[in-house]
Every structure is written in structure tokens, then in C-alpha cells.
Design a protein around this ligand. Structure first.
Ligand code: ASP
Ligand code: MG
Length: 427
């Protein structure tokens, strides 16, 4: 017998038929003698609908009221799933974040989980019940409902699995695992049977949308075995016994494996949400980077890649990237508050750029990975506007129209293409 936390996303809970299917799946685990805690998201589209309502009243709604409202989508899902389970004869009970007691800080709209009371859930499980918990929500020290940021149900699932010391946290979604890259960009993308927490964290922060970043951080920190798998696959019936840990979906683990066959690169991530800003002709003296970036930081704009060119005659160019949604705001700040102050000649920018990254723990023990990336892109005539690296990733900023060509050529160059032709996952 194992204790399993399963999380079902909005698509899996998208309508009553799907909710009934989720109930069937949960029942199969339950009937096989496992203890199951289920975490669910709001039905697909519901959270967006609720946010839309709030925006019709205010572009900047009060965060407490926003949370109070936006958490209701999950409340509907938990009750519907509990009813569906009951109608299959499974003793099930739904619980909100408050009822479980998922304690968070009071940063409304992006709260962090601080602790979870496991007593009530454990006693319900021991009484033979399936517990269905609302994802995405918690309660702060003032007794106010908080939410965990978009995609936060993943984090609820992982945090519950950590607190309950579950054998596995299973994230059921509309894809059957984590892929080497987005199959919509190259049909040769293949499903990974395993990936490390570190790699998954890079993939998530570099643009892969399979899991909320915070949930991966949490899973890595508490070493929760995490599995991404499809809620639409019928093929998992072999995994109900004690040896359920087989190659279904993608397992995210701390284990790097000693597999000699392991590819140096595990995946290729990309992010379209990038814009580049160049401050031209700035005097090259101490304090310039801070004079440019501090006002940007104060406006809560996240700066990603940064380059300062070598100076010529005492002046230099300073370039950096920001999320596309903050591009206009950043340009305005620089033009109005910074340019004249620091004596820059001009501020120019474009949102016609994307970031493409290769990720792999294998990079630590292999030389020449970055140069292979640059050669591959050069052979495709793709110009690199910026480069950044860390221990397990290399990222380049390129023109948006080159995205597909870049991903496809890198995927082939690093030996990631499926051996069996093309994936059926597309569209
Ligand atoms: N319903 C929330 C959202 O759409 C949380 C989640 O689905 O994980 O962001
Ligand atoms: Mg999600």
C-alpha cells in the first residue's frame, strides 16, 4: 500500500464527463489498496473567467478580494469530484485550503505555503476515505484566503505530498509527460522517462509550461518523487501495484543516474516572452548599471539577460531583456527618468526576440557543449544577440522568426530526435 497524492489540472477537470473519468481513475488506485489524496484545479477557463470579472471592475483589484473570489473555482471542482467519487461508491470528502489548514504568508495573489496540518487528512485517510483538496489556495495568519499564483495547484499537490511524506506526487495533465522540447515546434520531440529536479527547474523557468516553477523548487527541496502523466491515457492500469514506479509518464527525481547512454542535453526550452532594450552611448564609469537597472527593479520589472559592451572613447552600450508585457513600461522609465540623467545618447528596443536554451546536467562533465550550440545556430545563419550561461544551461537570444529553425536544428544536433519518426502529439 502506498500513499499517493494526485493532482488533476483544469483540462482534466474540464467538464462533467472528464470529472467522472478522474473519479474512475482515483477509484482504481483506491480499489488497489492505496491511500489517495487528490488535489484539483478549477475547471478549465474558470479562473480566467473569474479574473475577467474582477478586471471589469478594476484594472488593479484589491488583492484580498481578488483571492477571496478567484479561489472559488477550485471549491466547485472539489465538491463535484467528491460527488462523482461517492456515486461510484467511494467514500470521499472535499476540503478547502482553510479546512485542511494550508498555512501561507499573507502575500495575496502569490502567497507561499509555510506549513500544512496533516492530522485531519491522515485521520480521514486512515478511516478509509479519499480526500479531495482544493489546489491553489491557503489561509494566512489573519484568517484570510490566499492564492498561490497561476498554476499554483501544482504547488499545493507537491507541498501536500511533502507534508504527508507521500510515496509519490502524480501530476495528471493533458500531455503524457515532459518532452525534450515542445512537440508543437518539432514533431521529433520525445518524452523523457526521467529528468532531474535541477533540469526541470531550468526548463520551467526557461519557458516550459508543464509545471509551476515553485512546485518544482518545492519538490527538489523536500525530495518529493514527482511524476507528470496524462489524465487521458488509458494505459496506466499496470501501475497500481507496489511496483507502480515504472516508466509511465516522466519521473522527476534527484537521481542523475549513471546511465552512460544519457544524453548530454536533456531538453531545449524557449521563451517568447522576451524583449530587448539597449541603452546607447552611456559613459563607462562606476554606477551606470545600477543607475539603469535600479529604477527598472523598483517598478517590479524582472531583468533577465544583461550585456555591457567594451567601451570605446569612454562610452559603451548597455543591453538587457525584460518580459514583453513590461517592455513599454521599461522604455518609458528609461526615456523619462534615466536617459538624460546618465547622459545616454539613445534608448532603443524590440520585442521581436525569443530566448532559446539547452539544458542538461551532462554539461558539467562534457566540454564543448556551448560551442556545439553556436556552431549549429551559425550553420542555420541565425544571429545571436545575447548569450547567457549557467552550470547546466546555455541560453541565446535570437530573432523570433528563427525560433523553429533553431529548436529543430539543436534538437537534431544534440541527438534528441525520436528514433521512430514523428510524434503524434501536435497541434
Ligand atoms: N486555477 C488556477 C489557475 O488557473 C490554479 C491552477 O490551475 O493550478 O491558475
Ligand atoms: Mg496547470
Amino acid at each position: 500500500m502506498a500513499l499517493i497524492v494526485q493532482k488533476y489540472g483544469g483540462t482534466s477537470m474540464g467538464n462533467i464527463t472528464r470529472i467522472k473519468n478522474v473519479a474512475q481513475r482515483v477509484k482504481r488506485w483506491y480499489d488497489n489498496g492505496h491511500q489517495v489524496v487528490v488535489v484539483v484545479s478549477a475547471m478549465s477557463g474558470e479562473t480566467n473567467r473569474l479574473i475577467g470579472l474582477a478586471r471589469e471592475i478594476s484594472s488593479d483589484p484589491d488583492p484580498r478580494e481578488y483571492d477571496q473570489m478567484v479561489c472559488t473555482g477550485e471549491q466547485v471542482s472539489i465538491s463535484l469530484l467528491a460527488m462523482a467519487l461517492q456515486s461510484l461508491g467511494v467514500d470521499a470528502k472535499s476540503m478547502t485550503g482553510d479546512q485542511v489548514a494550508i498555512h501561507t504568508d499573507d502575500t495575496h495573489t502569490k502567497a507561499r505555503i509555510q506549513s500544512i496540518d496533516t492530522d485531519s487528512i491522515l485521520s480521514e485517510l486512515n478511516a478509509g476515505r479519499v480526500i479531495v483538496v482544493a489546489g491553489f489556495q491557503g489561509i494566512d495568519e489573519h484568517g484570510d484566503v490566499t492564492t498561490l499564483g497561476r498554476g499554483g495547484s501544482d504547488t499545493t499537490g507537491v507541498a501536500l505530498a511533502a507534508a504527508l511524506k507521500a510515496d509519490e506526487c502524480q501530476i495528471y495533465t493533458d500531455v503524457d509527460g515532459v518532452y525534450t522540447t515542445d512537440p508543437r515546434v518539432t514533431p521529433k520531440a520525445k518524452k523523457l522517462s526521467k529528468i532531474t529536479f535541477e533540469e526541470m527547474l531550468e526548463m520551467a523557468s526557461l519557458g516550459s509550461k508543464v509545471l509551476q516553477i515553485r512546485s518544482v523548487e518545492f519538490a527538489g527541496k523536500y525530495q518529493v518523487p514527482l511524476r507528470v502523466l496524462s489524465s487521458f491515457d488509458e494505459g496506466d492500469d499496470g501501475i497500481f501495484d507496489d511496483k507502480f514506479k515504472q516508466t509511465v509518464g516522466t519521473l522527476i527525481t534527484a537521481d542523475e543516474g549513471d546511465d552512460m547512454e544519457r544524453a548530454v542535453i536533456s531538453g531545449i526550452a524557449f521563451n517568447r516572452d522576451e524583449a530587448k532594450i539597449v541603452v546607447l552611448g552611456v559613459p563607462d564609469h562606476p554606477g551606470i548599471a545600477s543607475a539603469i537597472l535600479s529604477p527598472i527593479g523598483r517598478a517590479n520589472i524582472e531583468v533577465d539577460m544583461i550585456i555591457q559592451n567594451m567601451s570605446e572613447n569612454g562610452v559603451t552600450d548597455f543591453s538587457f531583456t525584460v518580459p514583453r508585457g513590461d517592455f513599454n513600461k521599461a522604455m518609458k522609465i528609461l526615456n523619462e527618468q534615466v536617459k538624460d540623467d546618465i547622459g545616454a545618447s539613445d534608448v532603443v528596443g524590440t520585442s521581436d526576440v525569443v530566448k532559446v536554451s539547452i539544458v542538461g546536467v551532462g554539461m558539467r562533465s562534457h566540454a564543448g557543449v556551448a560551442s556545439k550550440m553556436f556552431e549549429t545556430l551559425a550553420s542555420q545563419n541565425i544571429n545571436l544577440q545575447m548569450i547567457s550561461t549557467s552550470e547546466i544551461k546555455v541560453s541565446v537570444l535570437i530573432k523570433e522568426e528563427c525560433l523553429e529553425k533553431a529548436v529543430k536544428s539543436l534538437h537534431t544536433a544534440f541527438g534528441l530526435d525520436r528514433e521512430d519518426g514523428e510524434s503524434k502529439v501536435a497541434g
